[in-house]
Design a binder for this molecule. Structure first.
Ligand SMILES: [Zn+2]
Length: 262
C-alpha cells in the first residue's frame, strides 16, 4: 500500500498537480497529540442495522440539503465541476469516491457506520469538494476507474430539484447491484483541502461541524484494524482530524468563508 501511494505521489509531483487551491492552516504537535489520544481512547466503530430505504433516504436528505450551499461554494472556487451526480452502491465497506465528470459514489457502509446525517453529509461534501477544487481531473491522469458501477444513480441537479424520482423497488435493486469503487488517490494536501471545503459547505448548509467530525474519528479508529477501504483513497488518522479541527475553528470564526487562495 505504501509503495502504491508513494508511486502516485511521485506521478503527481512530476505533473505538478498534487497541490491545494487554497492556503490551509498548519497543525501543531500539541494538536496532533490530542487527536491521537482521542482516537486511541474510544471503542472500535460498529455498524448500525439500516434498511435500504433508510440508506437512500439519508443519502438523499443530505444531498438535497447540501446542494444549494455547496453549489455556491463551488462557484466561488471556480476551479472544477459543480454538477455532481450521486450514485449509491450496496457495498458494505466504509468508502466513498469522487471520479469522472462530477460522479460521486457512496457505499452503503458509509451510512451503516455514520451516527448522524451530519456525518453522512460530511462524506458527501468531502467528495463534492474534490470535484469543486478540480482534484479529480488533476489526479485522473494517474487513475484507473472501476469499469462497472451497478449502483443507483441518486440524481444530479434536476433530481434534487424534484424533476425526477426513482421508485422504491428499482432503487433497492440498484443498491444491491452496487459494484466496486475506482481507485483514485489524491495528495495529502488535496485531502486536507477537501475537508476544509467540506466544512464550509456543511456550515452554510446548517450542519453541525462538530457532529460531522465524528466520521473522521470513526475512520481513524477503523484504520487501526485496517477494515476500511476508505483508507486507500482517504487516509485518515490524527493528522487529518487535527487539521479538520483547525479548519472548523477558521470556518466558524469567519462564518463560512473559504480560505485565501494558495
Ligand atoms: Zn478525499
Amino acid at each position: 500500500m505504501l509503495g502504491r501511494r508513494a508511486a502516485v505521489f511521485g506521478a503527481c509531483a512530476l505533473c505538478g498537480c498534487s497541490g491545494a487551491v487554497h492556503r490551509l492552516p498548519g497543525v501543531g504537535a500539541g494538536q496532533l497529540g490530542l487527536a491521537s489520544t482521542e482516537i486511541a481512547a474510544g471503542a472500535l466503530p460498529a455498524r448500525r442495522a439500516v434498511t435500504d430505504g433508510e440508506v437512500l433516504a439519508t443519502l438523499r436528505a443530505a444531498q438535497a440539503r447540501l446542494l444549494g450551499p455547496a453549489t455556491g461554494v463551488c462557484r466561488e472556487i471556480g476551479a472544477g465541476t459543480c454538477e455532481w451526480r450521486f450514485r449509491a452502491t450496496g457495498d458494505r465497506s466504509m468508502n466513498a469516491s469522487a471520479m469522472g465528470d462530477g460522479l460521486i459514489v457512496v457505499n452503503r457502509g458509509i451510512v451503516e457506520y455514520a451516527r448522524s446525517e451530519d456525518e453522512v453529509a460530511f462524506v458527501l461534501a468531502h467528495e463534492m469538494a474534490h470535484h469543486a477544487a478540480d482534484h479529480v481531473r488533476r489526479a485522473g491522469r494517474n487513475t484507473t476507474v472501476g469499469a462497472a458501477l451497478g449502483g443507483l444513480l441518486l440524481g444530479g441537479l434536476a433530481a434534487a430539484a424534484g424533476a425526477s424520482s426513482v421508485a422504491g423497488d428499482a432503487a433497492q435493486a440498484g443498491m444491491r447491484a452496487g459494484a466496486g469503487i475506482g481507485r483514485l488517490s489524491f495528495s495529502k494536501e488535496q485531502e486536507r483541502e477537501a475537508d476544509y471545503i467540506a466544512a464550509v459547505m456543511l456550515h452554510r448548509a446548517g450542519y453541525d461541524l462538530r457532529k460531522a467530525r465524528g466520521f473522521l474519528v470513526t475512520m481513524a479508529r477503523a484504520s487501526t484494524r485496517r477494515e476500511t477501504g476508505m483508507l486507500d483513497t482517504h487516509p485518515a488518522g490524527p493528522e487529518r482530524l487535527a487539521a479538520y479541527d483547525r479548519a472548523v475553528a477558521e470556518v466558524l470564526a469567519s462564518d463560512g468563508r473559504l480560505p485565501a487562495r494558495a
